[in-house]
Design a protein around this ligand. Structure first.
Ligand SMILES: [Zn+2]
Length: 416
């Protein structure tokens, strides 16, 4: 009888675990050393693979660390991180073509112990992207059958002289973000600036949207982690919604000044990093010690705004993971506009039929090492980390980004 009960208990436990896996999210934050460590740079060039085939990583955002012809019509690439230890987000991006028309099998592999994560995207111009046709895609089914993460994936490709681009997610690098901010800054109420420089000297871009005389501020952040393109897409939709011309936006922009730092880690983005900045550490664990120029710059920017009389009411940092999740501050803690984040999340649930937002509050004694927790404690901004799923459909990402902005504006205006 006891054994039967135990078995039922295990079944229930495993069942709950699997159910929770839907959005269990990250483990509790653990403090790590964020002093600069070396990274390995890629050897950037066009590789003549053989059999008329070429592979190139010679562009911003690329990651492809080695390539070989491993069969008559089989090309294998290996993708490795900038350094270790590192979170499992193996970013890849490269170009491939052939002088003669042929069918090949492309195999994407990683260093030992790393699982394949991102479903390949394909492009003919490096700008518009589609998922690789599922009939052309093969996963590492042997590993999956053993309940292990796949070690590689294969894609059947028709090559010719025209370049094909393959990437883990849509390729959105510094120059694309610069173009996006420049386009937005054509509006009279938006100014574009750079708030400082990265480790490798790239500008850290920023936008100021709304009333420059308002002391009431909000802060928007994205791309601390280079491959987290879906988070960036949600941030883009969020910012574009705030920049529209309807009455709600006009009223909000009259009351508030919105700062946007759309690319906190331009070195990581342009170098095709899996996770870290050029200083070789996870920037989103450096918000207590501030060892890296990127986190120092963003913090100093916010401190300066407070020194000139500004007050931050809201902070949102866009990321990506396996599912859509909101990481919030412990609900018993109040900042400069108590209850704001829960109200916005509740409104999101009401706006989208059958949508039950995944919310994971931090504990009150959480390590203050990531942006959201750090900004809450230093500036009192009601803060949230908005995680977007790697595979969340792009139209859903856009809708949620826009609705988050709409609900935030409505609720903040009603709070006054
Ligand atoms: Zn992230």
């Amino acid at each position: 009888m006891k054994i039967q009960l135990l078995l039922i208990g295990i079944v229930l436990f495993v069942g709950c675990q699997q159910k929770n896996k839907q959005w269990e999210g990250q483990a509790p934050l653990e403090k790590v050393n964020t002093r600069t460590r070396p990274i390995q740079y890629q050897f950037k060039k066009t590789y003549k693979v053989g059999n008329d085939i070429y592979v190139s990583n010679n562009f911003d955002g690329a990651r492809m660390n080695g390539v070989a012809l491993t069969g008559e019509n089989e090309v294998t690439v290996v993708i490795t991180p900038e350094n270790t230890p590192i979170n499992e987000s193996p970013w890849y991006a490269f170009k491939i073509w052939s002088e003669t028309v042929k069918q090949i099998q492309l195999k994407i592999t990683y260093n030992e112990g790393v699982g394949h994560r991102y479903y390949p995207k394909i492009s003919t111009d490096g700008k518009s992207w589609n998922d690789v046709d599922s009939t052309m895609y093969l996963s590492d089914t042997a590993s999956v059958a053993k309940n292990e993460s796949p070690k590689f994936c294969c894609v059947n490709l028709s090559l010719g002289p025209d370049t094909l681009w393959l990437a883990a997610q849509e390729l959105i690098v510094s120059k694309d973000i610069d173009q996006w901010t420049s386009n937005l800054a054509e509006k009279t109420f938006i100014t574009k600036t750079a708030i400082g420089q990265s480790t490798e000297g790239r500008p850290i871009p920023a936008l100021a949207i709304g009333n420059p005389r308002s002391k009431k501020r909000i802060m928007v952040l994205s791309r601390q982690h280079p491959p987290e393109v879906t988070g960036w897409l949600a941030m883009k939709a969020f910012v574009e919604r705030i920049s529209e011309d309807d009455e709600l936006c006009k009223k909000y922009r009259d009351e508030y000044l919105i700062y946007v730092v759309p690319c906190a880690n331009p070195d990581g983005v342009d170098n095709g990093h899996w996770r870290h900045g050029a200083g070789g550490v996870d920037l989103n664990r450096d918000w207590e010690d501030f060892n890296q120029p990127e986190t120092q710059t963003i913090r100093k920017f916010m401190q300066n705004k407070v020194a000139e009389g500004g007050k931050f009411y809201f902070f949102i940092d866009f990321h990506s993971t396996y599912h859509d999740i909101y990481y919030t501050i412990a609900p018993e803690l109040n900042g400069n506009m108590p209850g704001l984040v829960p109200k916005v999340i509740t409104a999101m649930g009401n706006d989208i039929p059958d949508y039950h937002p995944n919310v994971k509050p931090n504990s009150v004694d959480v390590e203050r090492i990531n942006s959201t927790v750090s900004v809450f404690y230093e500036f009192g901004a009601e803060a949230v980390t908005y995680e977007v799923g790697d595979n969340t459909p792009r139209d859903v990402i856009k809708l949620k980004g826009e609705l988050t902005a709409k609900n935030l504006m409505k609720i903040m205006l009603a709070e006054e």
